[in-house]
Design a protein around this ligand. Structure first.
Ligand SMILES: Nc1ncnc2c1ncn2[C@@H]1O[C@H](COP(=O)(O)OP(=O)(O)OP(=O)(O)O)[C@@H](O)[C@H]1O
Ligand code: SF4
Ligand SMILES: [Mg+2]
Length: 333
């Protein structure tokens, strides 16, 4: 289904300076994607691949080095701070650690009301009414309004974070690992809640997670990141049934088929993720890639359309046709 884009991220770059050095951490390197109205995009990738940095740049919690973030037609990277404040209610964020992101000295009511006030809801009665509405939306009992965060379970705290985010009627919520800190038994409840809330409100979600099961359950499309770049984007069913980028193949195989000697578990990448300070030449995966060829050392592969998805690999067509990977101990590092 074609959806109007709520968010267009175009060529986003974020470098962090390395202390006492002229080098930089290439945390995000030219990331581009869109999220449609009412859509969930899952953003996955191993630790350090740049997922959180992308999320924080979108909200300008940190300043992007370059690139554009266009939200409902407004380029957030160039708007003034005062205009950005006005837009704050329309994009909200939910963090991994609910307790750390909730002010322990505030009741749930005060936490939600503060967010409404920041988004410019001036009327006290309007704010009080909205607190009742959003607590009901996230299926927390009304008495929670007078409870402090420490009096709530981890799952309830995350519901409160979601209620706070929803209170301003945003068009987009960036959720950074919203289920990772939670007990496994409540993760599914939070995912189902988010899906229901999306149906009810039409909010778009950027769902950042390591948890591929959760990503599969909630996302319409999935984007996979490696060393600050998106290497493959596809509809969720397409991504889980077939991967065309060697890193996606390895990432999904390691989770879905943990037995490396099994027929579907055999695609692995060699060694460890390199430092984002000294990126490899050409394709950043080449020292680890079981499909690499000479060209990969020299030429960086841009994200391009292959078989109805976007892939950043010189050999995507060969992999589509069933090219075999080299054995992992034959991959030169
Ligand atoms: N403030 C900072 N200063 C310097 N380097 C940073 C800073 N924030 C992040 N980085 C680096 O940028 C890279 C990307 O980090 P980021 O937190 O975005 O990754 P991530 O994909 O969210 O990882 P995780 O799955 O562990 O949350 C990492 O190498 C990280 O060390
Ligand atoms: S471009 Fe080359 S090194 Fe990079 S993922 Fe594709 S085959 Fe591997
Ligand atoms: Mg992170």
């Amino acid at each position: 289904m074609k959806r109007e884009p709520v968010l267009t991220v175009d060529g986003l770059v974020k470098h962090f300076p390395v202390r006492r050095s002229s080098k930089v951490v290439h945390a995000v390197n030219s990331v581009s994607f869109t999220i449609g109205s009412g859509e969930t995009l899952g953003l996955v990738g191993e630790s350090g691949s740049g997922k959180t940095t992308v999320g924080r740049c979108i909200l300008r919690l940190i300043e992007p080095t370059s690139g554009h973030v266009v939200f409902n037609g407004t380029d957030l990277t160039t708007v003034s701070k005062s205009r950005l404040r006005k837009l704050r209610g329309s994009i909200q964020m939910v963090f991994q650690e609910p307790y750390e992101s909730l002010n322990p000295r505030f009741t749930s009511r005060a936490i939600i009301e503060e967010n409404l006030q920041l988004a410019g809801v001036a009327s006290g009665s309007e704010r009080r009414r909205r607190v009742g509405e959003v607590l009901e939306l996230v299926r927390l009992p009304a008495r929670v309004a007078n409870t402090y965060p420490h009096g709530l379970t981890g799952g309830e705290q995350q519901r409160l974070s979601i209620a706070r985010a929803l209170s301003t009627r945003p068009d987009l919520i960036v959720l950074d690992e919203p289920t990772s800190a939670l007990d496994i038994t409540v993760r599914g409840d939070i995912i189902r809640l988010l899906r229901d809330l999306q149906h009810q409100t039409g909010v778009a979600l950027l769902f950042i997670s390591h948890d591929l099961t959760a990503v599969k359950e909630i996302s319409h499309r999935v984007a996979i990141m490696y060393l600050g770049e998106i290497v493959e984007v596809a509809e969720t069913d397409d991504m889980f049934s077939r991967q065309l980028h060697p890193y996606s193949l390895a990432l999904l195989a390691s989770v879905l088929f943990p037995d490396p000697t099994g027929p579907l578990g055999r695609v692995r990448v060699a060694g460890e993720i390199p430092s984002p300070v000294d990126l490899p030449s050409g394709c950043h995966l080449h020292p680890r890639c079981p499909y690499s060829i000479e060209l990969c050392k020299e030429q960086w592969p841009p994200l391009r359309e292959v078989a109805g998805r976007r892939v950043a690999c010189h050999r995507a067509e060969d992999i589509l046709r069933g090219a075999e990977p080299r054995a992992i101990d034959e991959v030169a590092s």
